[in-house]
Design a binder for this molecule. Structure first.
Ligand SMILES: [Zn+2]
Length: 561
């Protein structure tokens, strides 16, 4: 007798094979039988021909802080994610000395898009070392399965304190950091994660600690990871770390290198393809480089109190120099200043962060009820309707609402032809949800549903068995996650039941449910009928349905070589 049988399903196995119609049986949290007609069970779910696949493995999350107060890491499990890889970019909270807690939180506040108050109110600090962190998660229990990176920035702060964001490390400090990496690998880290990306800054624009690492330090730490014979080196790449350089590290450590973030830019449309060619050439030489990309356009939420997408423009300087809201509004109202901005937009098109793509700029939320009808419209549409120039239109809307209107710009990764080409490359790792981070900025935790609904069903860029494989079997193999990612007898019963005809991610919405009442963006699933983690049902069509006390996930510690 099975514990659970899901009957009459289209079974997508996660390996990319064509679906097979049949039943799937679960006993003791593991898949006990796949296919055909199965017998009696304590519980039977009739799938009525819906699709059944392995749960999604989200390879790029930042739940390290959130999971200490929210073991179910909302919203990922209700979006089909049964395994979350945490600590990406090296932004972890372990190891951390008690005296450095505030420092560590200050580093995270900017990149995580969470206020210092929310982090202070939320994080449970029942640990100091990385092994103690894993131990604490195990003791409190986790909703989904989690795999944790040893994080460069946390390790650097642990060894160097305040100076971690100020200087290169001495030989002795590098030795201490390498010892921390070894300790984390021995405890069950999935690898070592770092960032050299110029965009990664902490509070007040301080660079994240790992950005101060020199070549000696990076080499030593990646090598320390490689000594374990396990793990992947994950890096969000800045200008200093070229693909050939990273290939060198992969060769030296004899381990895969996962490189984020492969985004297509309309401003520099060939760059992503050049990177992809370099990565694929390295693979052809037998060196395991993997480009991590996204299937969601990268959107930025902003208000005109700090519209960073314009702030790289020379003509924007007077606005940035304004010391108070009244002075800022005066700049925004000035017709001569507006003319200068318009002129620079026209003259520098293609070389700016925002290049006058007014059809990619949307109103998210208006402050005044009478403006609510604007929500969801593009600035191109609104300007046309008002008979105004788009720059005048957006500034006038913002000024009429005391600069509280929130806008979103979909600037990167929005050329569907180009992005489709990147996704169709069978070796790119589709992830970059950044779930748990940038919480006021975007929410791509539903990326898997978007891949299957938009890219597979609507655009046909990959067929559904391939889309499923890219979210399950492929990442399981990349990270060396044992007995997951495939619907095979003996594998963990991490399952997702869905309707291929409707599956999609829902619209973003704002929730005010972080510690200290802070806001974040979240989203719900469409076409999802059930999610099971190690055989326990955690979500249904309405969202998370797990018993609050249930903690079906596992802290993964043993990875394949
Ligand atoms: Zn990240």
């Amino acid at each position: 007798m099975f514990d659970l049988v899901i009957k009459d399903a289209e079974i997508f196995d996660g390996a990319g094979s064509a679906p097979q119609h049949g039943d799937l049986g679960v006993t003791d949290g593991k898949i006990a039988a796949v296919g055909g007609k199965l017998g009696a069970a304590k519980q039977t779910v009739n799938a009525d021909g819906l699709a059944l696949m392995p749960g999604i493995i989200d390879g790029h999350t930042h739940y390290d802080a959130q999971i200490t107060w929210d073991p179910f890491v909302d919203p990922s499990p209700a979006l089909g994610v049964t395994t979350a890889v945490m600590g990406n970019c090296g932004f972890t909270i372990a190891p951390c000395k008690p005296a450095d807690r505030d420092l560590t939180m200050r580093h995270l506040t900017h990149v995580e898009g969470m206020s210092l108050d929310a982090l202070r109110a939320g994080i449970r600090w029942g640990f100091e070392s990385f092994p103690q962190y894993l131990g604490m998660l195990e003791k409190q229990g986790v909703g989904p399965n989690v795999a944790c990176y040893a994080g460069h920035s946390a390790i650097r702060t642990f060894v160097m304190g305040e100076e971690a964001t100020q200087r290169t490390a001495t030989d002795e400090e590098i030795g201490q950091m390498a010892a921390q990496v070894r300790q984390a690998m021995a405890a069950g880290a999935v690898g070592f994660a770092s960032s050299t990306a110029e965009a990664h800054n902490g509070e007040g624009g301080t660079p994240m600690p790992s950005r101060l690492a020199d070549d000696r330090e990076l080499r030593a730490l990646v090598k320390a990871m490689g000594e374990s014979g396990r793990g992947v080196y994950m890096l969000t790449k800045g200008a200093k770390t070229s693909i050939p350089y990273l290939e060198g590290l992969a060769v030296e450590a004899r381990r895969p290198v996962v490189i984020a973030a492969l985004f297509h830019s309309n401003t520099n449309p060939t760059a992503a393809f050049t990177t992809l060619e370099q990565v694929n050439a390295a693979r052809a030489r037998g060196n395991q480089l993997v480009a991590q990309t996204s299937c969601c356009p990268l959107s930025m939420d902003f208000t005109f109190k700090s519209p960073y997408l314009f702030e790289s423009m020379k003509s924007w300087k007077p606005a940035m120099a304004a010391h108070d809201p009244a002075a800022l509004k005066a700049v925004y109202r000035d017709p001569a200043w507006r003319a200068a901005v318009r002129q620079e937009l026209a003259a520098s098109r293609g070389r700016l962060v925002f290049n006058g793509e007014w059809d990619k700029l949307f109103v998210v939320e208006t402050a005044r009820p009478e403006n609510q009808a604007m929500e969801g419209s593009t600035l191109a549409e609104l300007a046309k309707k008002a008979g105004k120039d788009p720059l005048d239109c957006i500034l006038d809307v913002a000024l009429s609402e005391n600069l509280d209107t929130s806008f979103v710009a979909q600037l990167l990764h929005n050329d569907e032809k180009a992005v489709g080409k990147i996704l169709a490359d069978p070796d790119t790792h589709i992830s970059l949800s950044d779930a748990g981070a940038h919480l006021t900025f975007f929410c791509d935790a539903g990326f898997g549903l978007h891949l299957m609904g938009h890219w597979s069903r609507e655009l046909g860029v990959l067929d559904l068995p391939q889309a499923v494989h890219r979210l399950t079997g492929q990442p399981a193999r990349l990270f060396g996650i044992k007995n997951r990612g495939l619907l095979r007898e003996g594998h963990a019963a991490d399952l997702m039941l869905f309707d291929p005809g409707t599956v999609a991610r829902g619209p973003k919405r704002r929730a005010h449910d972080l510690p200290a009442g802070a806001a974040r963006l979240t989203t719900s699933a469409i076409g999802l009928h059930g999610v099971w983690i190690n055989g326990t049902k955690v979500a249904d069509a309405k969202g998370l349905c797990a018993d609050k006390a249930a903690r079906p996930g596992e802290v993964l510690r043993a990875f394949e070589a």
